[in-house]
Design a binder for this molecule. Structure first.
Ligand code: PLP
Length: 340
């Protein structure tokens, strides 16, 4: 008696609120834009063909008991190649501390906890605005947040001058979070030249860049192009952190498959950091569910399935097909805009 009398309902999550409003709306024309995942004409989740084929391949495999180290290592290896480039030095030299994570959210949460343990006095700078859950994730890890200028509502574009000022005025060695492509919620990304300037200024200030990559492939239809910001930072030899999610890019929202990677000075440091993050994960949730990890691993390591996936990610294919079908509507917005 009385144990929980002081517990009031939590504030509603703004994104879940959109879904609740959607479900409550009787209109037959309603569309839920709250969750950025593939949907068919009837608004149902789309299962990609590559996922269907991977399911068939892994059916009956002996994965139910527990996750073997090799399973998770393969998924992490392939994820790291996807984001840093398969020929990048960090991949060749084994300088990335990567761990499987519970989708993008879980990867951010692991990083925030890691940040608190090893930089307890630090802050995190978010773009203004940012995905609403970033606030919750770093708050729960007890890392205070600050914001940097990003979106200018008047011009509906990036406020680059103010962003650069904030980077310059932040204390040296600050942690910054970036959306490398398809910024959520604005859809506005820096240009290649602007990323170069940001990267240069990060070198000057010694800031730490953390990239939350929730939509690789969704902005341009090209996985490498969407990783361009990260590749620019790599060229400038930054040590960066990255959260990856397969929720949207493989339509695996319900399976919670993701990866957290942190670049290190050498493979020895990578081993130390990996073991620390694994220890954090162990206390939070033990180990992640294996089914989704096996699906992603199967797709990324089978050349045929991987190229099928790359094709499916390309929204340009969608546009071409619509045009081939003789649609007279203008579908340019599908390739011109960043649909996050
Ligand atoms: N980061 C950003 C910027 C997002 O928009 C989202 C999802 O909406 C996520 C992370 C989390 O994605 P996941 O479903 O993989 O946890």
């Amino acid at each position: 008696v009385g144990w929980w009398d002081h517990v009031a309902p939590a504030a509603k999550d703004p994104i879940n609120g959109v879904t609740e409003a959607f479900l409550a709306d009787p209109s037959p024309f309603k569309i839920n834009l709250g969750v950025g995942a593939y949907r068919d004409d009837k608004g149902r989740p789309v299962v990609l063909q590559c996922v269907r084929e991977a399911e068939a391949k892994i059916a009956g495999s002996e994965f139910l008991e527990s996750i073997s180290a090799s399973v998770s290592t393969k998924m992490v290896e392939e994820s790291v190649k996807l984001v840093y480039g398969k020929d990048s030095d960090v991949v060749k030299e084994g300088r990335s501390a990567g761990v499987q994570a519970l989708s993008g959210t879980g990867a951010c949460r692991l990083f925030a906890e890691f940040q608190r343990r090893f930089h307890p006095e630090s802050h995190i700078y978010f773009p203004d605005p940012t995905w609403s859950n970033h606030h919750n994730i770093w708050r729960d890890a007890q890392i205070p947040e600050r914001t940097y200028h990003y979106y200018d509502p008047d011009s509906k574009s990036l406020d680059f001058a103010a962003l650069m000022d904030d980077i310059k005025n932040a204390p040296d060695s600050s942690f910054f979070l970036f959306h490398p492509s398809a910024h959520n919620p604005t859809g506005v990304d820096p240009t290649e030249e602007q990323w170069r300037e940001i990267s240069y200024q990060f070198k000057v200030k010694g800031h730490f860049p953390f990239f939350d990559m929730a939509y690789q492939g969704f902005a341009s239809g090209d996985l490498d192009k969407d990783a361009q910001a990260i590749r620019i930072f790599l060229e400038d030899e930054h040590l960066i952190g990255c959260a990856q999610s397969y929720a949207k890019s493989m339509g695996l929202y319900g399976h919670r498959v993701g990866c957290l990677s942190i670049l290190c000075v050498d493979s020895k440091q990578a081993a130390a950091i990996r073991s620390q993050i694994q220890q954090i994960a162990r206390a939070m949730y033990g180990s992640p569910p294996v089914h989704g990890i096996l699906l992603v691993e199967t797709i990324l390591s089978d050349p045929n399935l991987k190229s099928l996936w790359i094709d499916e990610v390309k929204r340009t294919t969608l546009r071409q097909n619509l045009e081939k079908l003789g649609s007279s509507l203008n579908w340019e917005h599908i390739t011109n805009q960043v649909g996050s």
